[in-house]
Design a protein around this ligand. Structure first.
Ligand SMILES: [Zn+2]
Ligand SMILES: [Zn+2]
Ligand SMILES: [Zn+2]
Ligand SMILES: [Zn+2]
Length: 173
């Protein structure tokens, strides 16, 4: 990343009058849901690297701002903002869950009621966070990989996927 920035700067210096431009920045708005009750508010958005205006056209080659007109380069993939590029499940990190186990029931799926002095009286009920699966609200979902960030599953997100998510968000507004 640093290397790329330096290379771009050198290039800009070497070619006087070359128009401004750069790599589109991705803003990772919202957070991964900490519990199953909380809403998933994640929605990426794209910004012009020169003036910071939000880009509504995901194929724009140039900044739409009249005063800016910076040349835009869309990266193929970017570091995932929800897990900070670690690829680890943000919900597990927030709730201190180990091995993708639900924080509320420690993975058992049930809560024991009326526990007195460490001795369970025996009444149990389904854990409201995991609905008895015993799994994390995020990485325990169907199709997700346990303990991995469900958004990137490895620290990096494909730009095509980000555009899809951003487009879905626009429609929902
Ligand atoms: Zn701009
Ligand atoms: Zn991630
Ligand atoms: Zn998780
Ligand atoms: Zn649970």
């Amino acid at each position: 990343m640093m290397k790329k920035l330096i290379a771009l700067t050198v290039l800009a210096l070497a070619v006087p009058g070359c128009s401004r431009g750069g790599t589109v920045s991705v803003i990772f708005k919202g957070v991964t849901q900490p519990t199953s009750i909380a809403k998933d508010t994640r929605a990426p958005s794209f910004r012009c690297p020169a003036c910071g205006v939000e880009l509504k056209d995901f194929n724009a080659q140039k900044c739409p701002e009249k005063a800016c007109q910076a040349k835009l380069t869309w990266p193929d993939e970017v570091k995932c903002g929800y897990c900070g590029g670690t690829g680890n499940c943000p919900t597990c990190a927030m709730m201190k869950q180990v091995d993708g186990k639900c924080y509320n029931c420690s993975g058992s799926g049930t809560l024991v009621l009326g526990e007195a002095a460490g001795v369970p009286i025996g009444q149990t009920r389904a854990c409201p966070n995991c609905q008895q699966t015993g799994k994390c609200a995020t990485c325990g979902k169907q199709g997700a990989v346990p303990s991995k960030c469900d958004y990137c599953q490895g620290g990096k997100v494909n730009m095509g996927l980000l555009k899809q998510k951003a487009a879905a968000e626009k429609k929902a507004e």
